[in-house]
Design a protein around this ligand. Structure first.
Ligand code: ATP
Length: 495
């Protein structure tokens, strides 16, 4: 079959960082092609080149046998090549219709025909199986899944031939992820080529026909999904065999360090009690919207507490500010690193040291070199791929940004770690590193409360587990007393 899209010898550097070092890739019509690789391997950069957001330094591209070098995303879209980003690039204040037609209003003799546009939008939403989404709805009021449908509808309107999805399930519930897979299959049946970037090999196996592995800016292997083992794909990604996905460090559980009594926020959580002990890794499962994030935010002082108590070691009481909480030994990694986790324009070193600036301070001055040295050590432990600690965090790949957010917590030397989706966007090898570090933290007497939507990780890492349903938390039980089925049943309110 003639390829729909061919990239040959693609190179791209950002200053001294070579993100792509001569990549060849062929995409067939009507296939789902998974692009996998470690954080910083170059997946997003390659897809930005393909979708016109970045210009390659060298190499050629062909779409349906003719030369292709778009001047920008708009030009790429006109040729039918569209990329949908992890952080959806939609205008939240505008309506669904305005978002879908943005920049591609059908123009008859120079006039915009509002009615024709509306018909096309309604048809696209119906085609995607979402006739319930009204064109007049402001996008801001839609769920992440709804926003994604709007983005895909927008792609359909530009007669998409190649659709790139960059970690599309990261903000979706399991149910919505299933719908997305159905949608991808429908697009495939229409002959659309879908490029699917993901760190979840289960998803790759469920939805992709072929895969390509990128490592350090080079394509190091490709093939048909199902003809190679998952272990082999991981080996290609990391360049070595990963011995243990969930490394365990023996740790003892001690006395309580965090106690919540009937903790309630403005809406969520709705009355949560629990004891977290020294050396314990306690997982909180639940569906999106069940109040898990709100629970961590209330404990950390980011959201107001309506009633109930938070007791941390010797400190008791209800409301406190994050500053108080940090002093009391709490550390928090937000699920939403872009808006409240990291200061993207600031250097990596400053981001890591943000809550502990005393480290590099000497006689009232902040010594850059001491700060960099202290931070460098933490970053290396986390395997963060970076050029130098003075580089802005925003230059790092998504997964590496997440590792910086975690590194900060360890640098802060918090006693109680509140982790909200700590491995979101993180590659398999690095996930394993993060699990090892969580285990080591527990072994050194820290207590860990971890919220995750990825059940294998909760079962692989935690000592105890509880499930959140509509703002309430089930009893905390040892992991060995739970099954994934029981967790799902409890989470959906059918125990
Ligand atoms: N705007 C930029 N400025 C400087 N360096 C960049 C920029 N964008 C990407 N890079 C670097 O290029 C390399 C590849 O990054 P890219 O985002 O393509 O990786 P990725 O495979 O998508 O990673 P992840 O799985 O973490 O999203 C990384 O070393 C990254 O730091």
């Amino acid at each position: 079959m003639a390829p729909r899209f061919r990239l040959t010898g693609i190179r791209k550097s950002y200053g001294p960082t070579a993100a792509l070092r001569g990549v060849d890739l062929e995409l067939l019509p009507g296939e789902v092609h998974a692009l996998v690789g470690e954080n910083g391997a170059g997946k997003s950069t390659l897809m930005k080149v393909l979708s016109g957001a970045e210009r390659p330094d060298a190499g050629t591209m062909e779409l349906d046998g003719t030369a292709y070098l778009p001047t920008g995303p708009h030009a790429a879209r006109q040729r039918g090549v569209v990329m949908i980003y992890q952080e959806l690039a939609i205008c939240p204040d505008l309506t669904v219709e305005a978002n879908v037609t943005l920049g591609q209003e059908r123009n008859v003799f120079g006039f915009l025909t509002g009615e024709a546009n509306r018909t096309r939008v309604v048809a696209a939403l119906a085609q995607l199986g979402h006739p319930e989404i009204s064109p007049d709805t402001p996008v801001a009021t839609l769920s992440p899944a709804g926003r994604q449908v709007v983005e895909i509808a927008r792609a359909l309107l530009s007669d998409v031939k190649v659709l790139v999805l960059d970690e599309p399930t990261s903000a979706l519930s399991q149910e919505d992820a299933k719908h997305l897979f159905e949608l991808i299959r429908a697009l495939k049946a229409k002959g659309v080529t879908v490029v699917y970037i993901s760190h979840f090999l289960e998803e790759v196996e469920a939805v992709a026909d072929r895969f390509t592995v990128l490592r350090d800016g080079e394509a190091v292997g490709s093939g048909r999904v199902g003809e190679v083992t998952r272990e082999r794909i991981v080996e290609l990604m990391v360049g070595r065999a990963v011995a243990e996905q969930y490394p365990r460090t023996a740790h003892d559980i001690g006395g309580p360090v965090l106690a919540l009594t009937d903790l309630a926020g403005e809406q969520l959580p709705a009355g949560v009690s629990l004891h977290l002990r020294r050396g314990e890794i306690l997982g909180v499962a639940g569906i999106i919207g069940s109040g898990r994030t709100e629970l961590l935010r209330a404990v950390y002082g980011l959201d107001p507490v309506r009633s109930g108590r938070v007791r941390i070691g010797a400190f008791g009481g209800g409301q406190a500010t994050p500053r108080d909480r940090i002093r009391q030994g709490l550390g928090f990694v937000s699920e939403d690193r872009k808006t409240e986790g990291l200061a993207l324009e600031l250097p990596i070193a400053d981001n890591v040291a943000l809550s502990r600036l005393d480290e590099g301070a000497r006689a009232g001055f902040l010594s850059r070199s001491r700060l960099s040295a202290a931070v460098g050590e933490v970053l290396n432990r986390f395997g963060v791929k970076f050029r130098d600690a003075g580089q802005p965090v925003g230059e790092l790949s998504g997964g590496n940004q997440q590792k910086v957010a975690l590194a900060r917590l360890f640098h802060q030397r918090a006693d109680v770690l509140l982790l909200d989706e700590p491995t979101k966007g993180v590659d398999v090898g690095s996930k394993s590193d993060i699990y090892r570090l969580i285990g080591e933290a527990a072994a050194s007497g820290k207590a860990v409360l971890v919220v995750s939507s990825y059940l294998p990780e909760l079962f692989g890492v935690c000592d105890t587990l509880a499930v959140m349903t509509r703002g309430r938390l089930s009893a905390v039980r040892p992991v060995s007393e739970w099954t994934p089925e029981a967790v799902i049943a409890t989470a959906t309110g059918n125990p």
